[in-house]
Design a binder for this molecule. Structure first.
Ligand SMILES: Nc1ncnc2c1ncn2[C@@H]1O[C@H](COP(=O)(O)OP(=O)(O)O)[C@@H](O)[C@H]1O
Ligand SMILES: [Mg+2]
Length: 589
């Protein structure tokens, strides 16, 4: 019930809308009793008196009532949606905000598909209930109460007899509950189908290259067939319950006509009473037929609500401390002191890391893949917090600086450049949406990106497709560099791309990086020997520790691992320049 009260808390701002809706539902249900009563009056009063004007009066009454109740119905329908859609807008917004503020560890622990399904599926379950189920539930109870009252008043014995079919109707409803697991299954299958399709579209090149079309088609067909089976199963249930309840209602009609007819003959009832009674039974059974279904709908909404609150209740682990300072302009000293770190509850991955980078200087991290270089730099913008030890900017522990202010001081160029499905201009200005066109262009020039951008059909307004597929790796990197230049950060974190590009492009990127790094504190995970050589200090990482540090020439002597890495790099560099041949205007990759 806790979930229910919490859901209702979202409804509270629109409480008056809910109250008016309930009042309208009440009024409509009472008015619905009217037409059948008018019919009774026509039969019992107007017809015996053979008075056409009286028939006219009752008819006008009937039209008035049904017109009025449908008008109220229209208002109620809209108002109900007005409230429901607002509530769901708020729920969705709260979820989204909360997801955005979650730390990276949260995203490590939760699957993308799961999170998506909470924001879409679970929210729509709640929405379905709030905008339709709730009012139906209320309508049902008011209708049952109102109709039963009038029916008892007309003839309580006949009322009891007519209720004989209720157990049968309820039995069919219990049976109909079988569709809910099938519904859930269908949603899961839908999600699997989406995954298959998404992977096939995104990985179409791989599928074709390895001739796996048939394998993928099989994968698709399996899910597709299962969906058909489940859909048919649920329709089999509906096939039983729909007509079954119809039949039960029909049975009750027969009972009422037969027994009611007898009671008219015995003088207990008038013909008008019987006709009204008959109408009331039918209008009562109509909502009763959905009672169990709506109850299940409510239970599902509660289950979904629980899953939504589970997310909303996940505490934010990377948060501003009370009294965190808003650091406006940093000098850019970055240091770590005896830092160790583990992902989740795993074994420590980084151990006893200490670094000290003075403002404006460059630290290069080198080491084999998997040694923890990316993990180490992730601690600086607080994508994760260290398990022990601390990370400092200008001597302030990063946990004492407002997260937003902290990250505003940093520029990051990651190993993989993520580009949004938007124009080149928007992608460059991602960190500074207010940048002028001139500033964007200056940044692009500094990043050696301007030439290829201006050759594109729409220049800076060229839309780059999903995942920026229409750009080469080298071009994407330069866009990322331009993005960082535009932000003009004091501290720069570079995870150099390992993917090789041709010599000319490599030269352009290196030049762009030099511009970017100038005068900024830089921590670079370096794969290029040229970057390493220019760093003020170099740290060699092995299995989560810094095992050697110094300058290039010092490390060549002191660290066998470094000497080995440098050796490989030299070889690659030599091979690349040998194969490039004489300097020719190389097409930009
Ligand atoms: N989000 C994560 N959750 C758990 N383990 C991770 C995560 N990211 C990286 N790792 C593990 O941490 C180790 C170091 O990774 P990483 O810092 O990316 O190394 P490097 O950048 O030096 O190649 C690897 O064994 C990797 O599998
Ligand atoms: Mg890495």
């Amino acid at each position: 019930m806790n979930t229910l009260t919490r859901l209702l808390r979202f409804v509270r701002p629109y409480w008056w809308g809910t109250v008016v809706t309930m009042v309208l539902i009440f009024a409509i249900t009472i008015l619905k009793l009217g037409p059948a009563w008018m019919t009774k009056l026509i039969i019992d009063d107007a017809i015996p008196k053979e008075s056409l004007p009286l028939v006219g009066v009752y008819l006008i009454g009937m039209i008035g009532v049904s017109g009025g109740l449908n008008l109220l119905g229209a208002v109620q329908l809209y108002l109900e949606q007005w409230v429901g859609q607002r509530v769901i807008f708020d729920v969705r917004g709260a979820l989204y905000d909360h997801l955005q503020s979650q730390s990276m560890s949260f995203y490590d622990a939760n699957q993308t598909g799961q999170l998506m399904s909470r924001v879409t599926n679970d929210v729509s379950q709640v929405q379905f209930f709030l905008t339709q189920g709730l009012s139906r539930l209320v309508t049902t109870f008011i209708t049952i109460a109102a109709n039963l009252t009038v029916m008892f008043w007309l003839d309580w014995q006949l009322t009891l007899i007519s209720l004989v079919v209720v157990p049968l109707i309820l039995w069919f409803q219990k049976y109909s509950v079988k569709v809910w697991p099938l519904f859930r299954k269908r949603q899961e299958l839908q999600a699997s189908l989406n995954v298959v399709i998404q992977e096939n579209v995104a990985g179409i090149k791989l599928v074709k290259a390895y001739g796996r079309e048939e394998f993928e088609a099989d994968r698709f067909n399996t899910v597709n067939e299962e969906m058909r089976t489940v859909a048919l199963q649920s329709w089999r249930v509906f096939g039983v319950t729909g007509p079954g309840q119809e039949f039960a209602t029909y049975l009750s009609a027969i009972i009422i006509i037969t027994v009611g007819g007898l009671r008219v003959m015995q003088g207990h009832l008038t013909i008008g009473d019987l006709s009204a009674f008959y109408a009331y039974v039918l209008t009562m059974f109509a909502p009763v037929r959905f009672l169990v279904f709506i109850n299940q709908m409510a239970l599902n909404a509660l289950a979904s609500g629980e899953r939504i609150f589970e997310i909303l209740d996940t505490p934010l682990d990377v948060m501003d401390r009370p009294g965190a300072v808003r650091l406006e302009h940093v000098r850019g000293a970055v240091s770590m002191e005896n830092v160790s770190f583990a992902y989740g509850k795993g074994a420590p991955l980084l151990r006893d890391i200490s670094i000290d980078v003075p403002p404006g200087k460059t630290l290069a991290l080198v080491g084999p893949s998997g040694s923890g270089k990316t993990t180490l730099v992730n601690l600086i913008p607080r994508f994760y917090d260290p398990t022990t030890g601390n990370v400092r900017i200008d001597g302030h522990d990063v946990r004492d600086i407002q997260v937003e202010a902290l990250r505003a001081q940093m520029g990051m160029v990651m190993q993989e450049t993520f580009l949004f499905n938007a124009s080149i201009r928007e992608n460059i200005a991602y960190g500074r949406a207010d940048a002028s066109m001139e500033e964007i262009e200056t940044a692009a020039r500094a990043a050696n990106a301007h030439p290829f951008i201006s050759e594109m059909p729409n220049g800076y307004d060229t839309e780059i497709g999903e995942r920026g597929t229409r750009l080469s790796g080298g071009q994407r990197q330069r866009l990322a560099i331009a993005r960082a230049i535009l932000v003009d950060p004091r501290i720069l974190i570079l995870d150099e791309a390992t993917s090789s590009v041709d010599n000319q492009t490599d030269y352009l990127i290196r030049q762009a990086l030099d511009t970017l790094m100038e005068g900024r504190t830089t921590i670079v995970i370096a794969h290029r020997l040229s970057t390493v050589q220019r760093a003020h200090q170099i740290a060699v990482m092995e299995a989560g520790r810094i095992t050697a540090r110094g300058t290039h020439s010092q490390l060549l002597r002191s660290s066998p691992l470094y000497a080995h890495l440098a050796d490989i790099q030299f070889q690659l560099a030599t091979e690349a320049s040998a194969s490039a041949g004489p300097a020719t205007p190389v097409a930009q990759r």
